[in-house]
Every structure is written in structure tokens, then in C-alpha cells.
Design a protein around this ligand. Structure first.
Ligand code: ATP
Ligand code: FE
Length: 356
């Protein structure tokens, strides 16, 4: 089974071809990602209208490149899969229209994929995990625990009630005058700092369950910074490093403790091959990753993290989700709609996915 995937729900335009022969590991024949960072840089965030135009311009080029790198024409494919939500509606629409055009011209079946399902199914593409496994999606826009029961069957165990951790890293970096994206710059400073100097809060640890909160943490960094400024007129290099270390340790501790609880809930269902995966940009953080791995090891659960280019937005995950859904018999037609919101399961709050 060979499927073309398209992704355009945020600020990356992507196309990929994935092949799977049953009994063998899936193969990514090509994966093209065209970012838009430079287009949005002047505005301090993604501008939806600019993103939509750029997707509309770049999708064709990405598809052509993905097919040529895979050495295939449309006749070498079994279906076209496309992100149909959730995301910025203009971008999602561009992708869905492009996929419909390809399907209409070639007669290939069309499959609409939930972007979050794409992220959540990635550990099956990279590590062939068996259902059910537990995944923590943790990025600039998301933070949630999902039990993945099947390609189209997810149970949400909890998630952030305000900011996503990546967003908190980015805001913390801004507060301390460090470059964006904040994750890598805060991590680099934290390596030189003392995490015990500033006692930053671990929000919601006293509350039962797997819900998390990160906005108070960022406010605590702001207060600590302002206190230092009021006291000494500014921050030294060491102050900055210590604040970063304290902040990162707090995020690490919250994610580790909530993972322990999510794992306990998951293990209560006696999964045949217990596994815990983490995906999203924040999974790049070594301290956070180590915290999750320790919790996982203590419970005898296999821990995996897909390689970073497959953790962040890409189309290989959409093509792969397309393969899984195709096998379940899922086919969409020209009525496929682009959805700005698309909760993965019935436990989801209305704003699931945005984490905001
Ligand atoms: P989403 O895909 O959820 O809509 P996104 O595009 O922001 O949102 P990603 O590209 O997966 O998500 O991740 C980007 C986020 O990851 C940024 O907030 C960035 O600061 C954070 N990040 C990247 N590297 C690190 C790191 N080493 N430590 C902590 N955070 C990191
Ligand atoms: Fe994403």
C-alpha cells in the first residue's frame, strides 16, 4: 500500500509518500517540508491569511517534489490522504482542495486525516508499537495524554487547561531576552544553571488526574525576574541561567508526575505490550525526555520518542495515518470538509487540541 499525504494545518506545507507492505516495517519514500518561518517572522506569530496563501502556492511544488523523490507518478499510489483539521482553516482548506483536485484528476480514493491522529499514530510508523499504547503530545500548541486504542480510537486521559509547555518555554525566553524558539535557548541556559535557586511552582500536582497547567509557571518567572530587576537593577548571566534551570525543572517534574499517573491508568487496562511514546517539539528537551524515561522504566513500560523531524509537523505522519485508515475501510469523497476544530474523542473538551 503506497499513499501520498498532504499537510498544511499550521505554518508548514508538507507532502510525503509512505509505503507499507504487511509484515515489514513501513517505509518513508519521501518527506518534503516547506516551512514559513521567514514569512511570519516580522509579525511575532503565524498570520493565518499569509499562511493560507503560502500553502496554496507551495502545495503543488511539494507534491511534485515528494512524488519525484519517491520515484513515482500518481499511478503508483493507492490513495491520497490529507489533513482535514484541526488547524488554521485557510491552510486546511488549501490542503483539502489540493487533495480533492488530485483525487478527481487521478481517480484515487481520498482520505481525510485528523492532524492530531497523525501525531498520535507516528510511533507505529517509527517503532511499530502495538495498540493500545500511551502517548504524550507536547508541543507549542498541544499538551495531552492519549491512549491510542486503534487508528480511529483514542481516549484522552488529560491535558493542559491553559498554555502548552512549548508556549511557556517561548514566553519564558521572551521574558529573559533570549532568542526564539524559546525551547532550545532556555535548555542551553538551563544547562549552566542551578535549578534549586528559585523555587518555582509545580501547578496542579495537588489535584488528582492528568490535567496540567503551565501559565502560572510563566508568571512566576516574570515575578522572579522583576524582583531581581528591582533589587539589583538587572539580571546577571548566572541569574538568567538559574531561572531557566528552575523553569525547565518545574516543567520536567510536572510532565513526569502526570505521566506517572497517566501510565498507572493505562496499565490498569493490562495492555499486552505496554509502551509510552512522546511526540511534539518539546520532546526534543533532554531533561524532559529523561524525566519521562525514568518514570516509564520504573513501571517496566517501553519508552520511545520518534526522531524530531517526525515529531514536528510533517506529511509522512498523514500518509501513514492514511494507510491505517485505508485498511479500516475509510474513504472520503468530494464532500470532505475542512474543520478548524476536530476533537479526537468524546472525553475532549470543546477546545481540545488548541490547548489555549
Ligand atoms: P503544534 O504542532 O502543536 O500545532 P508547534 O508548531 O508549535 O505546534 P512543534 O513544532 O511540535 O509545535 O514544537 C515547537 C515548540 O517546541 C516550540 O514552542 C519550541 O519552543 C518547543 N521546543 C523545541 N525544542 C525544545 C527544547 N529543546 N526544549 C523545550 N521546548 C522545545
Ligand atoms: Fe502538529
Amino acid at each position: 500500500l503506497t499513499i501520498l499525504g498532504l499537510e498544511s494545518s499550521c505554518d508548514d506545507t508538507a507532502a510525503a509518500v509512505v509505503r507499507h507492505v504487511p509484515g515489514r516495517a513501513p517505509e518513508i519514500l519521501s518527506s518534503v517540508v516547506a516551512g514559513q518561518t521567514a514569512l511570519h517572522a516580522a509579525y511575532g506569530g503565524v498570520v493565518p491569511e499569509i499562511a493560507a496563501r503560502a500553502h496554496a502556492e507551495k502545495l503543488d511544488i511539494c507534491v511534485e517534489e515528494a512524488l519525484s523523490k519517491a520515484g513515482l507518478g500518481l499511478s503508483g499510489l493507492e490513495a491520497v490522504a490529507v489533513t482535514a483539521g484541526p488547524g488554521l482553516i485557510g491552510g486546511v482548506l488549501s490542503g483539502v482542495m489540493c487533495a480533492k483536485g488530485i483525487a478527481a484528476a487521478s481517480g484515487l480514493p481520498l482520505i481525510g486525516v485528523n492532524h492530531l491522529a497523525g501525531h498520535a499514530l507516528t510511533p507505529r510508523l517509527t517503532d511499530q508499537l502495538r495498540f493500545p499504547y500511551l502517548i504524550l503530545l507536547v508541543s507549542g500548541g498541544h499538551c495531552q495524554f492519549l491512549r491510542v486504542n486503534g487508528p480511529d480510537d483514542f481516549t484522552r486521559l488529560g491535558g493542559t487547561i491553559d498554555d502548552a509547555p512549548g508556549e511557556a518555554f517561548d514566553k519564558t525566553a521572551r521574558l529573559l531576552g533570549l532568542p526564539q524558539p524559546g525551547g532550545p535557548s532556555v535548555e542551553a541556559q538551563a544547562a549552566k544553571g542551578d535549578e534549586t535557586r528559585f523555587a518555582l511552582p509545580r501547578p496542579l500536582l495537588d489535584r488528582q488526574g492528568c490535567d496540567m497547567s503551565f501559565s502560572g509557571l510563566k508568571t512566576a518567572v516574570l515575578r522572579a525576574r522583576d524582583a531581581l530587576v528591582a533589587d539589583k537593577g538587572g539580571l546577571t548571566v548566572q541569574d538568567r541561567a538559574d531561572l531557566c534551570a528552575g523553569f525547565q525543572a518545574a516543567v520536567r517534574d510536572v510532565l513526569a508526575e502526570k505521566s506517572r499517573r497517566a501510565l498507572a491508568e493505562y496499565m490498569a487496562g493490562a495492555p499486552a505490550e505496554p509502551a509510552f511514546a512522546v511526540a511534539g517539539g518539546v520532546a526534543a528537551n533532554k531533561a524532559i525526555r529523561a524525566g519521562l524515561e525514568t518514570v516509564s522504566d520504573a513501571l517496566g513500560v517501553r519508552f520511545t520518542a520518534p526522531p524530531l523531524p517526525l515529531c514536528t509537523d510533517n506529511a509522512a505522519m498523514i500518509a501513514w495515518a492514511g494507510i491505517e485508515l485505508f485498511r479500516l475501510g475509510r474513504r472520503d469523497d468530494m464532500t470532505l470538509a475542512a474543520r478548524p476544530r476536530w476533537p479526537l474523542d468524546r472525553n475532549s473538551p470543546a477546545l481540545l487540541g488548541s490547548g489555549k
